[in-house]
Design a protein around this ligand. Structure first.
Ligand SMILES: [Zn+2]
Length: 335
């Protein structure tokens, strides 16, 4: 039994993590943990919480029943954010990159002897945010780690991580839940209209919950309808530029990208011309660059990015074939 005053939530935090959690616990309990884990999970599956739970389970001095105790010194220090043998690394504010200086600091931390427990644990997210220099600085520690060092690297896709890093990690894939499980969990969180969200987003429950809490779906659907209006010449470039300038740029561009990716799927299904598909791939690339730019600095001329995207869409309108029902139409009947 877990005591009532357990100070942290039970693991796994989400039902779709159960299999991976059991696998991890079994490795830990058998003393068979790899020294580096690459935890691959799409956004919206709670990978960060899972990684933290793994770290806690390893650091806890008296885990039982596949749970950290929540009460020992290690658990309390970790909860307070002051465990000396635990390090969490992510891009610093206003940056999308993990810098080489951060890795150097990490290396200094790894060179010290563990203070509390025997283990030292590093959670690094997202693994693809390390550029080549940062990755190279980490390699030596990944290659020849001190005993009882555990790296947990988080990435959306393994293939986005530099091969030199990936090849030194054991890859764990956190699967998305089934549609039924996603809906079941969302309904347990009091989310109304969960089916619409899951249809739109896919079975990524935490993302769906976030959209529900921020009432994002209507805004996103409106952007998708704007795109169709622009392509169908039911709206002008200047009107759209004005409308989109009022939106949060990251929201706008992530939704433009979502539209473009689904347009590629529709174009492929409809055997659209190579010219159109090529144009769409290039458009997607440009949108991804814009999303990255927006994430990297606050001093971006969003109006210029919006006008470039509108220019692309107008170019696309000239060569767009009829592709049948778009993803937007499916949701027109939803309030
Ligand atoms: Zn403990």
């Amino acid at each position: 039994m877990v005591s009532e005053n357990q100070s942290q939530a039970l693991m796994p935090a989400y039902p779709w993590q159960a299999t991976l959690w059991e696998q991890f616990v079994s490795l830990r309990d058998r003393g068979a943990l790899p020294h580096a884990i690459l935890l691959c999970a799409e956004n919206g599956l709670g990978a960060r919480k899972l990684a933290r739970g793994m770290a806690n389970y390893v650091l806890c001095s008296q885990p039982s029943h596949a749970q950290a105790c929540g009460n020992c010194k290690a658990c309390l220090l970790l909860k307070a954010g002051s465990h000396p043998d635990f390090k969490s690394l992510e891009p610093e504010e206003k940056s999308t990159q993990i810098r080489i200086d951060q890795i150097r600091e990490l290396n200094a931390f790894l060179a010290q002897t563990a203070q509390q427990a025997a283990w030292k644990i590093v959670v690094l997210e997202p693994a693809q945010a390390m550029n080549v220099n940062a990755a190279n600085a980490l390699l030596k520690n990944l290659e020849e780690p001190a005993a009882q060092t555990l790296f947990i690297l988080i990435a959306e896709h393994g293939n986005k991580v530099l091969p030199t890093i990936r090849s030194r990690c054991r890859q764990f894939q956190l699967p998305a839940p089934s549609r039924e499980l996603a809906l079941d969990w969302l309904s347990g969180q009091g989310v109304k209209g969960a089916e619409t969200l899951v249809d739109y987003l896919g079975p990524y429950p935490l993302l769906a919950l976030e959209w529900y809490q921020h009432d994002s779906l209507a805004e996103r659907q409106a952007i998708q309808q704007d795109i169709e209006k622009l392509l169908g010449h039911q709206s002008t470039a200047s009107a759209m530029s004005k409308r989109w300038s009022a939106l949060e740029p990251p929201t706008l561009f992530s939704e433009l990208l979502r539209w473009a990716e689904s347009e590629i799927r529709r174009a492929s299904l409809a055997n659209a011309s190579r010219k159109y598909v090529t144009f769409m791939f290039q458009f997607c690339d440009r949108l991804r660059q814009k999303c990255a730019l927006l994430g990297s600095s606050a001093n971006i001329n969003a109006a210029l990015l919006i006008d470039e995207a509108i220019f692309d869409l107008l170019g696309l309108a000239r060569i767009r074939p009829k592709l049948g029902t778009s993803g937007v139409d499916r949701h027109d009947n939803i309030d």
